[in-house]
Design a binder for this molecule. Structure first.
Ligand code: GDP
Ligand code: GDP
Length: 463
């Protein structure tokens, strides 16, 4: 049915390699074939239906067209941009937050400002902490507050929805107030998974870890049924089974047991483990149990997975397996907890449980930890309580002076849970030092009862 209403068109623009195609593919949801791919055929843009967090629009992308013209890069980019922007209601202007703001970005930004097109500035490649300097620099472009995003990892899509919402045509059927965070999160998941509609209320649990740590054994023990094969013959794969059971009245669903089987089979290396497959499983989960061999060492691969879980904003529980086989239990526990403390300082208080999957020992403790941390991950702190706490924090340790004037921290509110995400309104967000943000986040963990889960703090300008 053709809608009479106007459909929003957004153009994705930016210099080469900032991630335009990646974002395009994510919004469009599948890799669309280029219509006209013969050499020499000039295409200026490609357009497709895009969706994110319940918003629907047309996306126009200019990526991959740099070779079509043969004059200067700037001229080429401008021409493409002009064409794309002409067709669009809003421009999504991407920069690479890892690379920082380049001369070309500035040039581009200046041009966009002059063109007067509504622009959403996007700091892409913003997964992980390394990208923050670029995010801050992005303010310099004078195009408003940048939206931190990782097109590749699907992080920050909820913020993109918030930024796009004001541009949605008014006569479209509106979503209920704000936006549906669950829908936005479901949106960022990979294709082929349960869609938002049939999303169960169950706690989605993933078990990850290196081959041979006992993932299949644990799965079996948890569901107390021989539903997957374990042991040396584990190569005999069975199809995916949606394993779901109840624990203390809460339905728990184990995600991606098929992937688990597959990964258990082959002796994969770090690069492989930190690959799409693990990422996909982590993204599907609410809580991720990272299984470690209690007698083994906590190595780079384990830490890579743990960091992925945290970066993806999932709740992490660490299980030290094969506890039955550990001789010196005290030494093993001390070694592991020391290493965890020093290696994952970004999240204090990650629940750690020593278990034996084989003997079925301490599985109750493990599930209790899973359900408890799930509760923390879902927690909402009332705004009044947050701001009373914030006042105490700023009183006992005021924000720094910048150019002789004290930074003003005005207000704080929780914008979402899963993971707990807060917006902090500051007179000059750019100038708020990292150590002060950390002071606040650590304080929240301690005083507002948010142990062991990732906490996100979004800095907003508030005058
Ligand atoms: P385009 O030239 O602007 O269309 O950029 P592409 O979408 O082709 O991306 C350029 C490169 O950046 C590719 O290697 C992508 O995999 C990578 N990339 C895109 N988005 C992200 C992201 O969010 N994070 C990281 N780390 N890399 C990304
Ligand atoms: P996966 O590759 O992570 O799925 O690991 P498996 O579940 O196939 O287990 C690998 C091996 O470790 C098997 O021989 C299991 O019997 C053994 N195993 C698993 N859990 C335990 C445990 O708690 N204690 C001991 N001693 N062995 C275990």
């Amino acid at each position: 049915m053709i809608k009479a209403t106007h459909r929003l068109t957004v153009a994705i623009i930016g210099r080469p390699n900032v991630g335009k195609s990646t974002l395009f593919n994510r919004l469009v949801g599948k890799k669309i074939a280029l219509v006209d791919d013969q050499p020499g055929v000039t295409r200026d843009w490609r357009a497709a239906d895009g969706r994110v967090g319940g918003l629907e629009f047309t996306v126009v992308d200019t990526a991959g067209l740099e070779d079509v013209f043969d004059d200067s890069l700037e001229a080429r980019m401008r021409r493409q941009t002009e064409r794309a922007v002409e067709r669009a209601d809003v421009a999504l202007f991407l920069i690479d937050a890892r690379a920082g703001v380049t001369a070309m970005d500035k040039h581009f930004g200046a041009w966009l400002r002059k063109a007067g097109k509504p622009t959403i500035l996007i700091a892409n490649k913003c997964e992980g902490a390394a990208s923050r300097p670029g995010l801050i620099e992005a303010f310099e472009l004078g195009l408003g507050e940048p939206v931190p995003l990782s097109a590749e990892h699907g992080e920050g899509m909820a913020d993109l929805v918030t930024a796009l919402e004001p541009f949605m045509p008014k006569d479209e059927p509106e979503e209920e107030e704000a936006f549906d965070v669950d829908a936005a999160e479901a949106e960022v998941r990979e294709e082929g998974e349960t869609a938002a509609e049939d999303e169960p209320k169950a706690l989605q649990l993933a078990i990850v870890g290196r081959p041979n740590v006992g993932k299949s054994t644990l799965l079996n023990a948890l569901v107390q049924e021989e539903r997957v094969l374990t042991g040396p013959e584990a190569g005999m794969t069975r199809d995916a089974i949606a394993v779901e059971w109840e624990w203390n009245g809460r339905p728990i669903r184990l995600v991606d047991t098929a992937g688990l089987r597959k990964r258990a089979r082959v002796d994969e290396k770090l690069e492989k483990m930190a690959n799409q497959d693990t990422l996909r499983v982590i993204r599907m989960a609410h809580v991720v149990v990272l299984l470690l061999d209690a007698d083994g060492i906590l190595d780079k691969q384990d830490l890579t997975i743990a960091r992925l879980v945290i970066e993806e904003g999932r709740a992490l529980v660490i299980a030290l397996n094969k506890w039955d086989a550990v001789q010196d239990k005290n030494a093993a526990l001390r070694r592991m907890s020391d290493r965890l403390q020093t290696s994952l300082p970004q999240v204090k208080g990650i629940p750690t449980v020593a278990i034996s999957a084989l003997k079925g020992q301490k599985l109750t403790d493990l599930l209790d930890a899973v359900v408890t941390t799930y509760g923390v991950w879902n927690r909402r702190i009332p705004t009044s309580q947050l701001n009373r706490w914030l006042a105490d924090m700023t009183d006992s340790h005021p924000p720094p002076l910048v150019d002789g004037r004290r930074l003003k921290i005005r207000y704080m509110t929780q914008v979402k849970s899963r993971p707990p995400t807060f917006a902090l309104f500051v007179s000059k967000p750019v100038d708020l030092p990292e150590h002060y943000s950390r002071y606040l986040v650590n304080g929240m963990r301690e005083h507002l009862d948010l142990p062991g889960v990732p906490i996100r703090l979004l800095l907003r300008k508030g005058s």
